[in-house]
Design a protein around this ligand. Structure first.
Ligand code: CDP
Length: 234
């Protein structure tokens, strides 16, 4: 394909810390597409539930909260390593949603059917705006089953835990590799076995295992799959 037609949706799904966001950001910048990480929405609902409801166990209350709060995603307003601003009812929660307490609770929240319905609606609305690289667990299977391209990134739990550990240390946060590995395995378990929109590769997705690969290698592999001419000639 030599030109870039409008309304291309590139769906990138995969388990926690498989490198989806990093890949999606690079692809979006190279192609001039919108970057949209849908995980921030489930993280934002989780943060609000922990703060306002003091827990995530009550499905009815969490669902009502998800339907009520206004989650917004904007281009980064600060040069502090963020890839976007995440706002809940106008308040900046960009870093708060990355804390371990969110990691430990988000999979419970994202398994609630009403929460998923509310988030999926918003994701379709944002994704329909134009060319977009969309990251999540169910983009190629549920949110945009007719996405133009589908990539499913995978890697061993140990490799993914190492990446997340390095990320946290890089941000100057305290981190325990063993705890991160346990959290990732716990989250994988819930995300993959939930009844609604479980984490699974779409039948027509290209699967890339990123174990032992550099990000450049994964980007190269993805661009070959997409076969879209990079906007600025690469
Ligand atoms: O960055 P990381 O891979 O650790 O997680 P994330 O993409 O921010 O997603 C956080 C959690 O939100 C996941 O563990 C899923 O439970 C949920 N999620 C989902 O259910 N569906 C999506 N499309 C995106 C995230």
């Amino acid at each position: 394909m030599n030109s870039t037609p409008s309304n291309i949706v590139i769906a990138i799904d995969g388990p926690a810390a498989s490198g989806k966001s990093t890949l999606a950001l690079i692809l979006a910048a190279r192609l001039g597409f919108l970057y949209f990480d849908t995980g921030v929405m489930y993280r934002a609902v989780t943060l609000s539930a922990l703060d306002e409801l003091k827990g995530v166990e009550d499905e009815g209350l969490v669902t009502a909260l998800a339907e009520r709060i206004m989650i917004d995603v904007q281009p980064p307003s600060k040069d502090d390593g963020r890839t976007m601003d995440v706002l809940v009812d106008g308040a900046d929660v960009t870093w708060k949603i990355r804390k371990p307490r969110i990691d430990r609770n988000v999979s419970v929240v994202s398994a609630y059917g009403g929460v998923r319905t509310a988030m999926t609606e918003q994701q379709r609305r944002i994704g329909s705006r134009g060319n977009v690289v969309m990251v999540g667990r169910d983009i190629g299977t549920v949110v945009f089953p007719h996405a133009t391209y589908k990539i499913y990134l995978d890697a061993s739990a140990e490799e993914r835990a190492r990446r997340r550990y390095t990320e946290r240390i890089g941000r100057g946060e305290e981190a325990s590799y063993d705890q991160i590995l346990a959290d990732i395995k716990y989250r994988d378990g819930i995300d993959s076995s939930r009844e609604i929109a479980p984490l699974v590769a779409a039948e027509d997705a290209f699967i890339i295992n990123t174990d032992g690969k550099t990000i450049e290698q994964v980007v190269g592999e993805s661009l070959r799959i997409l076969n879209i001419k990079p906007k600025n000639g690469g």
